[in-house]
Design a protein around this ligand. Structure first.
Ligand code: NCD
Length: 314
């Protein structure tokens, strides 16, 4: 049987999402109830997390998901230094070796095609957990759409603003593709002029008849959207000069912008957030619109559901 790789968000269809989301709901209930039987689901399975770039949520939620399902984890969080890549070994050789040690590899590559290349040689499923600057981060899109569906409603009714560094953000790419696939009502891309969304995404949306706009003004969009998906400037992926030029002046979410959002709207962010979110700390406790901590928690349940789907022999 071919391994079930997870490489790009557009590989999923709506039917699959419905099943995955319902399984994530069940995972949540079972975690909250401390259901002891959860830990028999992936007993004896081994997941390897191989991360060539920093991560907090993605790696830890995958590892927590595997452990909660009774599986085992082998891991390196700094693969460029802590694996033989440091001595010059290629990714292809590394994967060929590691695939004998585990049942699934969760890979965050620093190369734009790392997960795709790995999938051509791996005998076990590769899950793309972020692929360089130009690649995707499909499991982030799964948890983003899961959160949107839970908190805002049906995706085909959704009017969403995606804001920030739309040129370098891989979560933006995966989310936009998945929203296009789900028939989202409207997407507004809000960014500084030199950080606009790529032509690959706009072409895809056109092909999928998903209406979108591009603007530099966040303010005018805020009162009409059901959700705002903020992203940070990918500082580590640009020169100091580009960073200074970018100026996130009009792309900040302070209490003033938050007040302009509909009472039922939601503010999402893949995290980490830096200067683009400047609302008073603690406001997430009292203002339900601030959804990014719940979104990060959803990452655990979605990854549990995904690991079960990929690895369970049922
Ligand atoms: C994102 C990533 O690494 O691409 N974070 C994440 O996985 N939650 C977004 C980012 O780093 O800005």
């Amino acid at each position: 049987m071919q391994p079930r790789h997870v490489l790009e968000s557009q590989q999923f269809n709506y039917e699959f999402l419905e099943k995955l989301f319902s399984s994530a709901d069940k995972m949540r209930d079972r975690v909250k109830k401390k259901d002891k039987k959860l830990s028999s689901i992936l007993k004896d399975k081994i997941m390897c997390t191989l991360f060539y770039e920093p991560s907090t949520r993605t790696r830890m939620s995958f590892e927590s998901a595997m452990l909660r399902l009774g599986g085992n984890v082998i891991s390196t969080e700094n693969a460029s230094e802590f694996t033989s890549v440091y001595k010059g070994e290629s990714l292809v050789d590394t994967i060929r070796i590691i695939d004998d040690y585990c049942d699934v590899i969760v890979l965050r590559s620093d190369k734009d095609d790392g997960a795709h290349v790995a999938s051509t040689v791996s005998d076990v499923p590769i899950i793309n957990a972020g692929e360089g600057k130009l690649g995707q981060h499909p499991t982030q899109a799964l948890l983003d759409v899961y959160t949107l569906k839970k908190e805002v409603g049906e995706i085909d009714q959704l009017n969403i603003a995606i804001v920030g560094d739309l040129k370098n953000g891989r979560t933006v790419k995966s989310l936009a593709y998945l929203l296009g696939k789900c028939g989202t009502a409207k997407i507004h891309f809000v960014s500084p002029n030199n950080f606009k969304v790529g032509g690959d995404i706009t072409d895809y949306l056109q092909r999928h008849n998903t209406p979108y706009t591009e603007t530099e003004s966040l303010e005018s969009i805020l009162p009409e959207v059901d959700a705002v998906y903020m992203t940070r400037l990918q500082k580590e992926r640009m020169t100091a000069e580009e960073y200074l030029k970018a100026g996130m002046g009009g792309f900040k979410m302070t209490n003033i912008e938050l007040e302009k959002m509909k009472p039922t709207a939601r503010l999402l962010h893949p995290l980490p957030h830096v200067e683009e979110i400047q609302i008073c700390p603690g406001i997430e406790e009292i203002d339900k619109r601030v959804a990014y901590f719940r979104q990060a928690e959803n990452g655990l349940y979605i990854r549990m559901a995904l690991l079960e789907h990929i690895l369970s022999s049922k």
